[in-house]
Design a protein. Structure first.
Length: 256
């Protein structure tokens, strides 16, 4: 009996201690849970903020890349326009030399898919008939219409097509009709016989007040897409960069 009573007293004593310590234990566990919960929340917030910051940095880099490509296209078009107009007014015209200038510009600007020019009949040097059918820089009429572009072989040239057809030839006809720089987006243009969705920056070539032809560049859309840039962002950048020069036809081709 004494032994049982001793055990009872010991258990009762432990029960009293437990009752006394229980609130402190609960408080400690609650505090620990709060600390762990706060640390988890803080880490999560940090990860989210870091993710947002990384996204912003990536967006800034991509935006810079897009704008650089567009500005390269614009500056190349303006440079070629000025160069060709000066050469034409000075009567220093050599078709081989113009071809080399176009090819070199394409080589020097990785963000461009094509660099090209097209001239009105006999507007370049008055000798179109001598070049009739002499491809790849001329068509059957002898007009100087080289389209320098990138392909699996590197850089190639072929004659422009459909430049006199409304719709398909808007890349040529719009600068001719307006007398001003145009950004045309998007349209299908055949390259090596394969339709390619194309974005072009095109400027008219003027000799005095007479329209004589165009100079244009095509933006490398696939390179932009490979950077992970949504094409909607490219369109927005085009609109922001070129404003009223920007011409589009989303209803026909969509933003794809």
């Amino acid at each position: 009996m004494a032994s049982n009573k001793g055990r009872f007293n010991m258990l009762h004593s432990l029960s009293l201690r437990a009752k006394i310590l229980l609130p402190f234990i609960i408080l400690m566990l609650a505090g620990f849970a709060v600390v762990v919960g706060y640390n988890s929340w803080a880490m999560r917030q940090h990860d989210l903020e870091q993710g947002v910051e990384n996204a912003r940095l990536q967006a800034a880099v991509l935006s810079t890349s897009i704008n650089k490509t567009l500005n390269d296209g614009l500056s190349t078009t303006q440079t070629l326009t000025s160069t060709f107009e000066i050469l034409r007014r000075s009567h220093v015209v050599n078709r081989d030399m113009l071809n080399k200038i176009l090819a070199r510009q394409l080589e020097n600007h990785a963000g461009l898919r094509a660099v090209w020019t097209g001239w009105e009949p006999d507007a370049l040097d008055g000798h179109d008939s001598e070049y009739a059918g002499q491809k790849p820089a001329h068509d059957d009429s002898g007009r100087f219409v080289p389209y320098w572009h990138r392909d699996t072989q590197g850089i190639s040239v072929e004659p422009l097509v459909d430049y006199d057809k409304p719709g398909a030839g808007d890349y040529y006809l719009l600068p001719k009709q307006t007398g001003s720089l145009q950004v045309i987006e998007p349209y299908l243009y055949p390259v090596n016989g394969k339709p390619v969705m194309t974005t072009s920056i095109v400027a008219p070539l003027m000799v005095g007040i007479t329209f004589s032809g165009v100079v244009g560049v095509d933006i490398d859309r696939e390179k932009v897409k490979s950077m992970g840039v949504p094409l909607t962002d490219v369109f927005d950048a085009l609109q922001s960069t070129f404003g009223s020069y920007y011409v589009n036809d989303f209803n026909r081709f969509g933003r794809t």
